[in-house]
Design a protein around this ligand. Structure first.
Ligand SMILES: [Cu+2]
Length: 638
């Protein structure tokens, strides 16, 4: 297959507009003029300067923190197999950093202050230098404070060393983001004070009467009562919204109308990056099917769809083939439907596609609390008849699962080796997920009592749209996964929070109060189970290593760096600990990470003389001697 990208980029108007854009002052480049292409830097050697600069967003002036004076930061283009050097100079009055999202590199180059290096001090230049070992669509962003919200993010594309299995005539990079004139620090402070500050979708009296007419008075009252007991708003889908955000495509609002051109009949590759701080987007192009060809940078078996949900930090590459002489809208709608960004693809520059109306706000149900009665029959409690259970008698607050602090247990000493065929039965080992020592408390307002797999569902709120939607269960890696071993060890992690107090954590313990990293052993094959006890979707990201999402895809499971865990969902992924060092592992909703939904994974070298635990008899182990009995989980929750 012939890759004509280089020829076309050079000859096309996109290249011309990018060149024009480069001669404009920074504030003009970032918005409102030359709304095509994106500033691009290509090669092996890069100089990036981080500073504050003025931007114009939808005609309004603001100040951004970013790279080389552009919003988003310039597109960096590497080639697989080359070594790259990036000198990053900090002109801010505060520390900064750049993390290369999704890249496989030595951990010292990963750019996470306090985890992999000290950060970049004001006035200092830090030199990143690493070999490029992969290809695809990625991005980069600050890992310091809330700078990512204020504009420090940019796209990163790596061209493959050999032939690209994806054929296309032309390509565009689309960076989706959320911008606030308030600034990240102020937004976070407001959320801490009043967590539903930006909730635009509170239930109304009109909704109540509509529910009564649809579902009857009894059902409506019961539903309301259950929600009331949980003290949550069923429309709390996102804790930020268009109340503070302008949604952007390549730095442009719908009004700014970013433009991409095509010739009818061309195959156009769109490299879509969700570089938001907080916004999960629904992406669609009305009247134009999209063929997904890559997810999180890696090729997948081509899959045609009409809409997909993108977690913060996920990337998707799609091929579109517009055939008509007309403008097409590219729509990125926020998950809570409070706003959207629309760009135009057309045969001529300057066209404007009609922006579709915002769709109805989706409403959460009990399923999103991990309490889906309807799905229980085929959940992991198959056969139980819940219809006769009196749910009202359950007191979640008193469900004390013991005083064990699971997060500090060293499973590596417990010899969970030799699982068979990936079907390890935790219940039989006394490690039943239901016995997870989590309980509600100040930092944990809910525990999913019946988490279910939701990989076969589209993103939240897309269940009833009248067209095809992408589900994680459909994704298949183009190449077989490189490590086909069964996991030697399994870990459980709960995504927890208290929405009213804006506390976010793993296993009820926020990052600043965690004792030590999660230990992986070099070369080890692990399975991580994630259970979402909260009512929100969390895009969970592991640095430094791709993981295989367990979606029944066998040797073609998709390999990802970020996965959305839906409310009330339990999912798992396998990972090979092949990258030594410290790696951040966190929710990619910026304020959730900032509030504490983060851990460090430490991949430790294997000791040559280490005992083979696989032959240990687990039944003789006395857990009471492990010293976990005196730990008070509640204390960690402050
Ligand atoms: Cu989160």
């Amino acid at each position: 297959m012939i890759n004509r990208r280089h020829f076309l980029i050079g000859a096309s108007q996109v290249g011309l507009m990018t060149a024009l854009g480069a001669s404009l002052p920074a504030w003009a480049r970032s918005s409102a003029d030359g709304n095509m292409g994106i500033t691009t830097l290509e090669g092996r050697d890069f100089n990036l300067t981080i500073d504050r600069f003025p931007v114009t967003i939808d005609g309004r002036r603001g100040r951004a923190v970013g790279v080389n004076g552009t919003l988003p930061a310039p597109l960096l283009r590497f080639r697989e197999g080359e070594d790259v050097t990036l000198r990053v100079t900090n002109r801010l009055k505060e520390d900064t950093s750049i993390h290369w999202h999704g890249l496989l590199l030595p951990f010292e180059m990963d750019g996470v202050p306090g985890v992999t290096f000290d950060g970049i001090k004001p006035g200092e230049t830090f030199t990143y230098h690493f070999p490029v070992r992969q290809s695809g669509t990625y991005w980069y962003h600050s890992h310091s404070g809330l700078q990512e919200q204020d504009g420090l993010y940019g796209p990163l594309v790596i061209d493959p060393a050999g032939a690209d299995p994806v054929a296309y005539d032309r390509e565009y990079v689309l960076v989706l983001s959320d911008w606030t004139f308030e600034g990240g620090d102020r937004v976070f402070a407001k959320l801490k004070k009043v967590s539903d500050t930006y909730n635009m979708g509170q239930r109304t009296l009109g909704d109540f009467f509509r529910d009564v007419s649809d579902n009857g008075l009894d059902a409506t009252l019961r539903d309301r009562r259950e929600w009331g007991e949980m003290r949550m708003s069923p429309r709390d889908i996102s804790d930020t919204s268009a109340m503070t955000y302008e949604f952007l495509i390549n730095g442009h609002t719908t009004g700014d109308n970013w433009n991409g051109v095509f010739k009818a009949g061309e195959k156009v590759r769109l490299r879509i990056i969700n570089a938001s701080a907080m916004t999960i987007f629904n992406v669609r192009m009305p009247d134009l099917p999209m063929t997904v060809v890559a997810a999180d940078g890696l090729n997948v078996q081509p899959l045609e769809t009409d809409e997909f949900q993108m977690g913060v930090a996920e990337t998707y590459d799609v091929i579109i083939e517009p055939k008509e002489d007309r403008a097409y809208a590219f729509v990125a709608e926020s998950i809570d439907r409070s706003g959207q960004a629309v760009a135009t693809f057309g045969p001529r520059p300057g066209m404007r596609a009609e922006a579709p109306a915002l769709r109805k706000i989706p409403t959460l149900t009990m399923k999103d609390m991990g309490m889906d009665h309807g799905a229980m029959g085929h959940g992991n409690m198959g056969g139980m008849d819940h219809s006769t259970m009196d749910h009202s008698q359950m007191n979640h607050a008193t469900m004390d699962h013991g005083q064990m602090d699971h997060s500090t247990m060293d499973h590596s000493k417990m010899g969970h080796a030799q699982p068979d065929e990936g079907q390890m039965d935790h219940a039989a080992m006394g490690h039943a997920p239901a016995a997870k020592p989590l309980k509600t408390g100040p930092g944990v307002d809910n525990i999913a009592t019946m988490p279910v797999s939701r990989l076969h569902e589209p993103g939240l709120g897309l269940e009833d749209v009248p067209h095809r939607t992408l589900r994680y269960s459909q994704l298949r890696s183009l190449d077989p996964i490189p490590d086909r071993r069964q996991p030697e060890r399994e870990l459980d992690l709960h995504l927890t929070g208290n929405m009213e107090r804006y506390m976010w954590s793993f296993d009820g313990i926020k990052y600043t109060e965690v004792k030590g990293p999660i230990i992986f052993k070099e070369g080890e094959r692990l399975r991580l189970h994630l259970t979402n006890d909260t009512m929100m979707s969390h895009p969970i990201h592991l640095h430094g290593m791709f993981f295989e999402l367990n979606n029944e895809g066998g040797d073609h499971r998709p390999r990802k760096h970020t996965v959305i865990v839906k409310p009330g969902e339990k999912l798992s992924f396998d990972v090979t600990a092949d990258a030594l060092g410290n790696w951040a592992f966190h929710c990619h909703l910026l304020y959730h990470m900032h509030a504490g939904m983060m851990r460090v994974v430490q991949v430790q070298p294997r000791n040559p003389g280490e005992v083979d635990h696989s032959t240990m008899d687990h039944s003789k182990m006395d857990h009471s001697k492990m010293g976990h009995n005196n730990m008070n989980h509640g204390e960690h929750n402050q």
